[in-house]
Write a protein that binds this ligand. Structure first.
Ligand SMILES: [Zn+2]
Length: 358
């Protein structure tokens, strides 16, 4: 199979209106990027990809190089993360402040969710695998000096986990079970649940060594269960005085078997919330009587808002969100195809952060 990316010389983009030109210092390589580049046209023909030739790259961070004439409160030199979420800006959902609900919701440099995404790609063709890119001022998260560019290039998956925890109303009054806890989203969900004051986190995954590493983040608050020891249902109940966890974050990815999610779901407390973010795509039987009688909520959550990105930046500045345990594997722009490959087999699981540094 041919390598999907090559390095070309193109002009530095012009910056106009309320847009900002960013000199990219780091761009995250998400594990799903290879699927997007190779398989999405066949698997999900209804999800538009950026028209080729195109600059991919989902999670950029860098320095502001120039601002458009209508930008009043950002200036060159500021360090920023670029939230790649784009939308039409004019529909009812956009005007109501719910950008993710826009029918034209689009990830710049990655893929879109509806036919209108093609127009969004024309408006914002830049992804993060480039020295310079243009983004709307409203997409920028200002980074404190405590957050490195490499750490910020992880904000996409961290933000996805954070938004899911918020949707599940996780906090000091809840117990949280994270299914698939050692993957990219799962490690992020664990770090953020710690930051949000969750007193007990039930981490469920397969890899025992990685689970132990996760537990070591805070042994007083994190308990772990390996699927190698059997279903987690009874264990999760025992860990929560028989009630079951209040919130379950489903972070398992495509291809996971249905039992892996059902075992965890059945442990959830009466009134509990299950939030799915990992993209697991198997069909699961849901019993409406159980959902009704136990008042269970099954929720989907996609991405996060720029405001939630600002929350994470502030938590990292305060030290409540500790990103210091991530291991960064750095690649140059010309090594982007190697970076894509290494994202497929990360021997440090979700602690690994694959970064292209233009
Ligand atoms: Zn819209």
């Amino acid at each position: 199979m041919a390598s999907p990316f090559s390095v070309d010389d193109v002009p530095v983009p012009e910056v106009t209106g309320s847009d900002v030109l960013i000199q990219v210092r780091a761009c995250g390589v998400v594990p799903n990027l290879k699927n997007v580049a190779y398989n999405y046209p066949e698997w999900f023909p209804f999800l538009p990809l950026p028209p080729l030739p195109s600059t991919y790259g989902l999670d950029p961070a860098g320095e502001i190089a120039a601002v458009g004439p209508d930008v009043l409160s950002l200036s060159p030199g500021q360090r920023v993360y670029v939230n790649p979420a784009r939308s039409c800006g004019s529909c009812f959902k956009c005007r109501s402040g719910d950008q993710v609900a826009c029918a034209s919701f689009t990830f710049a440099g990655y893929f879109g969710f509806g036919p209108g995404s093609r127009q969004v790609f024309e408006r914002y063709p830049s992804g993060g695998f480039a020295e310079y890119m243009v983004a709307p001022a409203t997409s920028l998260v200002v980074l404190p000096e405590e957050v490195s560019f490499e750490e910020a290039s992880r904000f996409g998956y961290l933000g996805t986990s954070y938004a899911a925890l918020r949707r599940g109303q996780a906090g000091p009054d809840t117990t949280v079970l994270i299914n698939g806890a050692t993957g990219t989203l799962g490690v992020g969900a664990t770090l953020l649940a710690l930051a949000m004051g969750v007193p007990k986190i039930l981490a469920v995954a397969r890899n025992e060594a990685l689970l132990e590493e996760l537990r070591a983040l805070d042994p007083r608050r994190i308990v772990t269960h390996s699927n190698n020891a059997g279903p987690c249902t009874e264990w999760a109940r025992e860990q929560t005085e028989g009630h079951g966890p209040d919130v379950m974050i489903e972070a398992l990815g495509p291809g996971a078997p249905p039992e892996a999610t059902l075992d965890a779901m059945l442990s959830v407390s009466r009134g509990g919330k299950i939030v799915t973010i990992g993209g697991m795509d198997c069909k699961i039987p849901i019993d409406p009587i159980w959902i009704m009688c136990s008042q269970i909520s099954y929720l989907g959550s996609a991405w996060f808002s720029t405001a939630q990105g600002e929350d994470m930046a502030r938590m990292a500045k305060a030290g409540t969100l500790d990103l210091g345990r991530l291991t960064h594997l750095r690649f140059s722009l010309s090594q982007v195809n190697e970076a894509l490959e290494s994202a497929q087999h990360r021997d440090h699981g979700g602690f690994t952060n694959i970064v292209v540094m233009p």
